[in-house]
Design a protein around this ligand. Structure first.
Ligand SMILES: Nc1ncnc2c1ncn2[C@@H]1O[C@H](COP(=O)(O)OP(=O)(O)OP(=O)(O)O)[C@@H](O)[C@H]1O
Ligand SMILES: O=C(O)c1ccc[n+]([C@@H]2O[C@H](COP(=O)([O-])O)[C@@H](O)[C@H]2O)c1
Length: 213
């Protein structure tokens, strides 16, 4: 399963778990992108942070692993290279590539799109708010438990001081706090501009003190 994973959330993990169960997969390899060229207009968090959050999120599942092939390859990330690298590492493996409905809708815009089908069997999974359509392509479509979670929403919630507990794994919540990620994600765009003014609804430590006298 490829993704920017900025951050990884329970929508990714539930989709991977469901596909692994239905297709009886031995392993699900999470592949964080290096430079996602179709997100070039957005601030993407440093690859090492996204990689480590993915490792933390998947650590407890013995059949989940994380690959560095995309983050270690210089230049923009193309799935054609991801699949070639994974195939070179596992020459005897049958490869499947998991995509959510939104990514599935974009596949024809990917580099060497027509060649992708020969390298892996693509599995499109449902995602709230997106229509899953694999017409005209030799792909499998799978309904997975609906998780209305996106990385964009998680980043904005952190930027707004809202919790992301239970949207992302506990260790990822703590990693985000420890490294102060997403603190300055603005509410409208996806830039990391610092907030222009303090927000009234947030309590400063002094406003939480017991009244005296
Ligand atoms: N809630 C979800 N349910 C099913 N699939 C999902 C879900 N969220 C993401 N995916 C799929 O996981 C893959 C990686 O997604 P990605 O890392 O871009 O997460 P995202 O939540 O879409 O991020 P962003 O909001 O930053 O675009 C894509 O194929 C995407 O369609
Ligand atoms: O190969 C491409 O041209 C291509 C273009 C856009 C996205 N992808 C891949 O699609 C997966 C999901 O990407 P994203 O940007 O939705 O996180 C991830 O593995 C990307 O490398 C691949």
């Amino acid at each position: 399963m490829g993704g920017t994973f900025d951050p990884i959330h329970h929508g990714h993990l539930v989709a991977a778990s469901e596909v692994a169960s239905v297709f009886d997969l031995d392993e699900v390899v999470f592949v964080p992108t290096g430079q996602p060229w179709q997100k070039a207009d957005k601030d993407v968090t440093a690859a090492e942070h996204r990689y480590l959050m993915t490792v933390i999120a998947t650590a407890s599942n013995p059949s989940f692993t994380v690959s560095r092939v995309d983050i270690d390859r210089p230049g923009p990330t193309f799935t054609i290279d991801t699949l070639r690298d994974l195939k070179a590492e596992r020459p005897d493996a049958q490869l499947f590539f998991i995509t959510g409905a939104d990514a599935m809708a974009q596949i024809l815009t990917w580099k060497n799109a027509e060649e992708l089908w020969s390298l892996a069997h693509f599995i499109g999974v449902t995602r709230p708010g997106h229509e899953l359509d694999g017409r005209g392509r030799d792909v499998s479509l799978l309904e997975v438990p609906a998780m209305a979670i996106s990385s964009t929403d998680c980043r904005h919630r952190v930027g707004e001081g809202k919790p992301v507990w239970y949207l992302v794994p506990d260790g990822v919540v703590q990693y985000i706090a420890k490294h102060r990620l997403y603190r300055h994600v603005d509410q409208l765009g996806d830039g990391h501009a610092p907030p222009t003014a303090p927000r009234a609804h947030r309590h400063s430590p002094s406003s939480l003190q017991q009244p005296t006298g």
